[in-house]
Design a protein around this ligand. Sequence first.
Ligand code: FES
Length: 107
Amino acid sequence: MPLIELARLADGVFAEVEATLDGDAESLLLYRDGEAVRAWLNICPHAGRRLDWAPGQFLKSKDGLLVCAAHGASFELQGGQCVAGPCRGEALRAVAVTVRDGAVWLG
Ligand code: FES
């Protein structure tokens, strides 16, 4: 089962999907950048809260950073590094995904 059809992910927009990783149900944040898709656990390294303010509703700053809805930590969208806010220098946990047959898959 794919995580999501690529056509449902607009370029530069976030999405949230549920996936089973190592037997645990996890919420993932997906971000489409052209034909590439990156994925991270939907867990902020600051206090372990979800990054979205409602399921799938993520904040993006004017300068293109993901902003945690809890306390405003800001993350760049190449490596998921926190570049401003209370967990500056830490990073989101990346999840390996691939784009194949018009869909996004784990692995
Ligand atoms: S939990 Fe994300 S900034 Fe505090």
